[in-house]
Design a protein around this ligand. Structure first.
Ligand code: ATP
Length: 383
């Protein structure tokens, strides 16, 4: 069997790295993007995601490693000879050409005369059939970006690279365009590799997300899997919000017991990416929406077997669908709790003594040797 047959149309990076002088923008990286998948490179500004994308496009020369597409080595091919197209944040449309001619550009450059059917099909795909004769400035930002996508797809690339394509759009339009791009990708079935710093965007659209930090992929997986089972503090904090509570392992078996500020917490050993030997330190992780709050006076109503931690509400924000509480606790620093607003909760006001409780199965464990705040500031940077 040839390599081509075994790899289909996968994009494969092998030992790819990029250094500028002595600075390593991308550390040696092995990555396979399956054919037909929607793949996101997610990370904070400067983590190396754009450089990685540009190396795939051929716009940046790799310092080490190889890039192959469907088993064919494309490392040394110039950009225009690679079967890939890139859509940038700046749409880079030709202002003096109408939408039809903008989309037809790639075909005309290749000397193709009868472009009408293909352009019509593309405009149909991006739902801009009624806008064919307009100039770019007569379209909204989201519409212009759809033209940029049509213009790239008309060349029938094997892979479409998207470099923060929604970065210039306002939040509402971004959300619409995320769904729109996902629909287009499903319809055309080609591989999309999407670079973004927006974790919600990556999770909404991608089948697989690679979380990058300081030139490395920290973790790669399906969005739900990354969210539920982060392996590092960076991923736990960068992808949504996590409460990380440090404690000492007091028992180790199928479940781990961890002593934390006077409480004992239980978590499944299978959800620990850290050593689980008795006596070791571990970070107990729990997502805010998995925690329930009970006023201290109602602690006896909490079902047996749940993890419990006591605390005092120091802040609460009503945000419509949920209320977000910050709780000070002997178990650690300010703990975050999101409770859905399904009815009035008496006794959960600022200053109230409370018990936080959750299902031990929802708890994960991380190596305590890591920086507990890794990825926290970068979330703020990104928003
Ligand atoms: P952003 O979201 O801000 O674009 P990024 O994760 O895409 O960030 P890259 O653009 O890949 O980051 O840059 C990675 C690192 O490499 C950054 O620290 C950047 O300053 C550095 N870098 C990029 N291009 C060059 C260059 N031509 N010369 C020197 N350093 C560079």
């Amino acid at each position: 069997m040839t390599q081509q047959q075994t790899e289909g149309g996968d994009v494969r990076l092998t030992g790819i790295s990029k250094t500028y002088g002595s600075f390593a923008a991308v550390q040696p990286l092995d990555l396979t993007v399956p054919q037909g998948s929607f793949f996101a490179l997610l990370g904070a500004s400067g983590c190396g995601k754009t450089t990685t994308l540009r190396m795939i496009a051929g716009l940046e020369e790799a310092t080490t490693g190889t890039i192959s597409l469907g088993g064919r080595d494309i490392t040394d091919l110039p950009p225009y000879k690679r079967p890939v197209n890139t859509v940038f944040q700046s749409y880079a449309l030709f202002p003096h050409l109408d939408i039809t001619e903008n989309v037809a550009f790639g075909l005309r450059r290749r000397g193709i005369k009868s472009v009408k059917k293909q352009v019509d099909d593309m405009l149909e795909l991006v739902q801009l059939g009624d806008f064919a004769k307009r100039k770019p400035h007569q379209l909204s930002g989201g519409q212009q970006q759809r033209v940029a996508v049509a213009r790239a797809l008309i060349n029938h690339p094997q892979v479409l690279l998207l470099d923060e394509p929604l970065g210039a759009l306002d939040l509402k339009l971004r959300r619409q365009m995320q769904l729109e791009l996902k629909r287009i990708q499903t319809e055309v079935g080609i591989t999309f590799i999407h670079v973004t710093h927006d974790q919600e965007e990556a999770m909404t659209m991608a089948d697989t997300v690679a979380v990058m930090n300081a030139g490395r992929v920290e973790q790669l997986g399906a969005p739900a899997d990354l969210y539920e089972n982060p392996n590092t503090t960076f991923v736990a904090n960068f992808l949504g919000t996590s409460n990380l509570i440090e404690g000492e392992i007091t028992e180790s078996g199928t479940d781990i017991l961890v002593g934390v500020g006077g409480s004992t917490l239980r978590l499944p050993a299978g959800r620990c990416s850290a050593p689980t030997a008795r006596g070791g330190r571990i970070l107990v992780g729990i997502r805010p929406e998995k925690i329930s709050l009970a006023p201290a006076g109602e602690a006896d109503t909490i079902a047996a077997g749940r993890n419990r931690v006591t605390g005092r509400i120091v802040d609460s924000s009503f945000i419509g669908v949920s209320t977000q509480y910050v709780v000070e606790s002997p178990a650690g620093k300010a703990l975050q709790v999101y409770e859905q607003n399904v009815g009035h909760r008496a006794g959960l006001t600022r200053g109230a003594e409370v018990v936080l409780h959750w299902d031990p199965e929802h708890t994960f464990g991380l190596d305590a040797a890591q920086d507990i705040d890794a990825g926290v500031e970068t979330v703020e940077d990104a928003t």
